[in-house]
Ligand binder design. Structure first.
Ligand code: ADA
Length: 565
């Protein structure tokens, strides 16, 4: 599930592997890989429907059970021994199901997934990316003790010339009895799971039946090494519970000590002004869709780093924890955002939109809070920020980001040029601009006009970033006219845009749209997207580099990730 061992005491078992599968309307039983998108099977290449996964699980002892899913696309109902125990919407956020008091022996786990579009789905809609179907990210089953550690969040703070960890631990009693326990916390550099050593905090706790407690611990760590993109130092924060002198539960989070501040038109990482050289990336790969395995996540980051990139924008939804773990280890700065792309007011006023958006934001921050690589939270990419009704929703969602996490700046990517009425709301202003592709306009002049307007309409004095620039190119289409859709044409537009945005004193970063070609929905998009793909990748869906790869490499490599005085 993660690139570090998240439990040493708790018994966790992966549910990844081959599950039985049936699809409504198909009179056949399949054997489907988990994680996996069912579109990888020849019968379901572009199928929208209701599929059922089944697996038998064995419990060695009588125990409480916790099922954990990194992502199921896009709507699902979970059944345990025939009883519905959970419903979840949204492919891109993790969720857990706790099932108390289970007997040892065989149990049936059945998951019904639905990737159809309907009024019930306000975020997964026909769009310029594909909504796949299936248990598309990893899954696991845990044996829970009577009292368990539900969540651990660590906020790093600077104290004098050292560090302070501000830690909040949520603990829950799932048993039918009062409980007395001892809590331990320790911080380590390596995976040495000797809980008796190094504990910096412990406390005796009493829990009534069903009681939840949040411990708030502040602990100084004067000598830890800071996390940064250049030196991504990571530590393991181990929390554990003991009952009558025996360890019964634990949870290990991997954390980094770094500070993020807004200072005038810059974002400071540990007091240094960063310059973002980034890529927008969809979770999408040829043949396997959104269920990207670790080795291909590594390949994507290897290619981004080879081009001199220092950041990735998780466009337009929360990404897999495993990918974020890689970014933590490699010092790749991450812009992560709630699930939304290009909604006009009509879609934002779908009756499910507010609740489904809030659920997604809450689950994203609950799950990803500890990733030091995430430097900014965002919402509502290119939605109706030019309307009063839209402004209410932007204010609510940006306010929710701040309510859940005061340690990171907020933003949203706008395309409502010269008409956006929400730029006073975020900490960082960012805009998407396709000079030379959608609009044949001079990049430099358009940028000056945009910056003037941003200053005059709420963005004065804030950091400004360009979250999308780019152009389409069909892989293998070479043409000396350098016309649009040719690889040569893409090189020219990217070069012209990057040379302006990477050398302007009021722009603190730029993201290319996009890293790799991605599949889009045939519904509503086929006519604007050759192959029903978004072809603006620097590499194609198989990660084959286009000519623009070397243009990006040339320009990114000669630009520092720091803005000197
Ligand atoms: C928008 C949108 C992207 C993509 C891009 C494009 O900026 O945010 O998701 O659709 O346009 O390729 O046109």
């Amino acid at each position: 599930m993660r690139l570090f061992q998240q439990y040493c005491i708790r018994n966790e078992k992966s549910l990844n592997g081959i599950w039985k599968f049936r699809m409504e309307g198909f009179d056949k039983e399949y054997r489907m890989p988990v994680p996996g998108a069912f579109e990888q099977h020849p019968d379901f290449l572009k199928h929208r429907g209701v599929g059922t996964y089944e697996k038998q699980v064995f419990l060695k002892d009588d125990t409480h059970v916790r099922l954990f899913f990194q992502g199921i696309s896009h709507t699902c109902d979970i059944f345990w021994d025939g009883e519905k125990v959970a419903h979840h919407y949204n492919a891109f956020t993790p969720f857990a199901v706790v099932i108390p008091e289970q007997k040892s022996g065989a149990h049936e786990l059945r998951i019904v997934v639905d990737n159809r579009f309907s009024e019930d789905s306000s975020l997964h809609v026909p769009n310029d990316y594909y909504s796949y179907g299936g248990i598309t990210r990893s899954a696991s089953i845990e044996q829970l003790s009577d009292v368990y550690i539900k969540q651990v969040h660590m906020t790093p703070l600077r104290e004098n010339d050292g560090w302070l960890a501000d830690i909040r631990v949520e603990i829950e009693n799932v048993s039918s009895k009062d409980q007395e326990l001892r809590f331990h916390a320790s911080l380590r550099e390596d995976e040495d799971y000797d809980f008796d050593a190094g504990a910096f905090y412990f406390e005796n706790l009493k829990f009534h039946v069903g009681e939840k407690k949040t411990l708030h611990i502040k602990q100084a760590f004067p000598d830890v090494k800071a996390w940064s993109d250049n030196e991504p130092n990571l530590y393991l924060l181990q929390c554990a519970l003991a009952k009558d002198g025996e360890w019964i539960d634990d949870r290990i989070e991997r954390v980094g000590f770094r500070t993020l501040e807004i200072s005038g038109k810059n974002i400071l990482l540990n007091g240094e002004k960063i310059f973002i050289k980034g890529f927008n990336r969809h979770e999408d790969y040829a043949q396997i869709g959104c269920a990207i395995p670790l080795q291909l996540m590594v390949k994507d980051l290897d290619l981004m780093e080879d081009m001199g990139g220092n950041s990735v924008r998780c466009s337009h939804y929360p990404n897999d924890d495993m990918f974020l773990d890689l970014c933590d280890e490699r010092g790749i700065l991450v812009w992560e955002e709630g699930h939304a792309r290009g909604f006009g007011l009509d879609r934002m006023q779908n009756p499910n939109f507010d609740r489904q958006s809030e659920d997604c934001i809450r689950e994203m921050i609950a799950a990803h809070y500890n990733h030091p690589s995430i430097y900014i939270w965002a919402v509502l990419n290119e939605c109706a920020s030019e309307t009063e009704e839209g402004r209410e929703i932007y204010a609510k969602q940006l306010g929710l980001l701040k309510e859940l996490d005061t340690s990171r700046p907020t933003s949203f990517a706008t395309c409502r040029h010269l008409s956006d009425i929400c730029l006073d709301l975020p900490d960082v202003v960012s805009f998407n601009m396709y000079s030379g592709w959608y609009i044949d306009n001079p990049v430099a002049e358009t940028n000056e006009e945009e910056l003037e307007w941003i200053k005059a309409s709420g963005g004065e004095g804030k950091p400004v970033m360009v979250t999308e620039v780019g152009a389409g190119a069909i892989y293998g289409f070479r043409d000396r006219t350098r016309q649009k859709w040719s690889e040569e044409g893409q090189c020219d537009i990217i070069r012209e845009n990057l040379e302006v945005y990477m050398n302007h004193p009021d722009i603190m970063g730029v993201y290319l749209w996009q890293f790799a070609d991605c599949r889009v929905t045939e519904e509503e998009w086929f006519a604007r997207r050759p192959r029903s793909y978004n072809n603006k990748g620097i590499v194609d869906e198989y990660r084959r580099p286009k000519l623009s790869y070397d243009v990006v490499k040339e320009l990114f490599e000669k630009k520092s990730g720091r803005i000197e005085e």
